[in-house]
Design a protein. Structure first.
Length: 141
């Protein structure tokens, strides 16, 4: 069984994504494979074990189980940290996000803005946007 972290899960819309610990593209997670109890508690930041398989629209999870302690879901407001400097008036116009943070924020925006997009479409758009941001130095590895 592989392991990873839930990037985002929306129980109302019925899907989300797992970021594999081994790297690579996120794995699409559909609510239909989850127990009702898991659907109610699953959120971004949770660690999971999962089985997956390739599909015509990217990799999808076939089975998922929660693992040990979980970290809290990311929030829109974060405390300053050494990796994330406080923005000052004389700084550039925006903070540079870590690549994983940027990818998660893109996923959140795409799910909210275009709920009819498939998981594969979201992954394709997100991959292109992350690549674009990397070329322009908008994200750090």
């Amino acid at each position: 069984m592989e392991t990873g972290t839930i990037v985002r899960f929306d129980g109302i819309k019925g899907y989300g994504f797992i970021e594999p610990d081994s790297g690579g593209e996120d794995v699409f997670l559909h609510a239909s494979i989850l127990d009702d109890a898991v659907k109610q508690v699953l959120r971004g930041g949770m660690r999971v074990g999962y089985a997956s398989a390739p599909s015509g629209q990217g990799t999808k999870a076939l089975a998922v189980q929660l693992l040990g302690a979980t970290s809290p879901a990311p929030t829109a407001v974060q405390a300053p940290s050494p990796e994330r400097p406080v923005r000052r008036e004389d700084d550039e116009l925006c903070d540079v996000l870590r690549e994983t943070e940027f990818a998660q924020k893109i996923t959140d925006v795409l799910i909210e803005a275009a709920p009819s997009m498939t998981g594969s479409q979201i992954l394709q758009v997100r991959k292109q946007l992350v690549t674009f941001a990397q070329r322009h130095g908008w994200v750090e590895a």
